[in-house]
Ligand binder design. Structure first.
Ligand SMILES: NC(=O)c1ccc[n+]([C@@H]2O[C@H](COP(=O)([O-])OP(=O)(O)OC[C@H]3O[C@@H](n4cnc5c(N)ncnc54)[C@H](O)[C@@H]3O)[C@@H](O)[C@H]2O)c1
Length: 347
């Protein structure tokens, strides 16, 4: 395993392959609690005990499952010096790190992300959470993991839907840095990425995490308006996801939302038409729906969902708008601009 990054005290290590990963994990000893979902539990045989296997899917990011993790730790007499090990996607990483942050006022946590989303984004930065009363990530803490172990071998078994879901985040990160290296790989290596070529995926994930680190290091608790840049597109996207009753996957919605955010920048003269066209072309090149429009009759529903955005301050919704690669502005938008961008025009 090779350490390639350190962010908020989290060591991020890259494995050559599963064998390399297994060897490293073997050094943790037995004072551990493994947390997996019903799919990722099959990746380690035999799964060390004690362990908790949660049903795969977002609905497991709940108080009930949190209680299962904490109860297992107590029943197994794990002390404060124990380590929780998360093996899974963003759902498992988020709930395990949250459980670790509150177990005996905080024990160690190691994240082994197994999805693109978790490797390129969710495992870094210390945000932990569960969902509560239908509100996503409404309960949580900032608690950076001690280690994140990345093994791209596990991406081979990921469904195409989950692969593309996480890949949208990588495309986003390529736009949040002035360094062209990620953007250039994405523009030139589509076939290798889609074929899940291991060396290309390693390169893409390591640069993606370096971009995330550059924002997180400067604003660890998301209080200075710097880390919020990482949520570009999410205001447009979350409203669409909620309105469509989750018919849209988060990555597909995120891709659409980022395109809307650059179109808004273009409307306001914040970015050039060429930059806007380049961003939309990149997402369309990877097959994301960049042109989707909501029906006119759905506008009020969409507007209501926008109002629930976490970045709203005193009821005013703020949007992260990209001005150029690595440059952004956070500001409200007039309803008329939003309408023009997201809705079919009147005939
Ligand atoms: N903490 C953060 O900063 C942060 C950032 C982004 C997203 N998130 C969170 O991440 C979650 C989404 O993460 P996700 O997209 O990884 O979803 P997920 O964890 O639900 O995983 C998606 C599916 O992939 C399966 N899976 C996992 N690894 C696999 C593998 N290697 N092969 C085959 N199947 C596999 C899972 O069992 C699940 O069915 C959301 O809860 C979101 O809020 C957190």
């Amino acid at each position: 395993m090779r350490e390639f990054l350190n962010c908020l005290g989290t060591k991020v290590l890259l494995a050559d392959d599963f064998t390399d990963l297994s060897y490293h994990v073997g050094t943790y000893g037995s004072n551990t609690l493994w947390v997996c979902d019903s799919n990722t539990a099959k990746m380690v045989r035999p799964l060390p005990t004690p362990n908790v296997i949660l049903e795969a899917g977002e609905s497991s990011k709940s108080f009930t499952c949190l209680e299962r993790i904490l109860s297992t730790a107590i029943d197994s007499n794990l002390g404060r010096d124990c380590t929780f090990i998360a093996l899974g996607g963003g759902m498992i990483c988020d709930i395990t790190a949250f459980a670790a942050s509150i177990y005996m006022r905080g024990c160690k946590v190691i994240l082994i992300p197994t999805t693109f989303m978790a490797m390129a984004d969710a495992s870094l930065g210390g945000k932990t959470s569960i969902n509560f009363r239908f509100a996503k990530d409404i309960v949580g803490t900032f608690f950076p993991a001690n280690e994140v172990l990345i093994c791209t071998d596990s991406l081979r078994s990921l469904s195409n839907k989950d692969f593309m879901n996480g890949f949208a985040t990588v495309l986003k990160h390529s736009l949040l840095t002035k360094d062209d290296s990620l953007f250039n790989i994405l523009a030139a290596q589509k076939q290798k990425i889609m074929d899940r070529d291991q060396e290309t995926l390693k390169a893409v994930i390591t640069i993606s995490l370096q971009v995330k680190k550059s924002y997180v290091d400067n604003d660890p608790y998301e209080r200075l308006g710097i880390r919020s840049a990482l949520t570009v597109g999410s205001t447009f996207a979350h409203a669409l996801e909620s309105m469509s009753r989750l018919q849209w996957s988060s990555g597909q919605a995120e891709a659409w939302g980022i395109c809307k955010s650059v179109e808004a920048s273009k409307e306001l003269g914040l970015c050039t038409p060429e930059f806007c066209a380049g961003v939309i072309k990149l997402f369309a090149y990877y097959g994301y729906d960049t042109n989707y429009k909501i029906q006119r009759g759905d506008w009020m529903d969409y507007k209501n969902q926008l109002g629930k955005d976490k970045k709203a301050v005193n009821g005013v919704v703020n949007f992260v708008l990209l001005k150029d690669q690595g440059e952004y502005e956070i500001r409200p938008l007039d309803d008329e601009i939003v309408k023009k961008l997201v809705m079919y025009p009147s005939v």
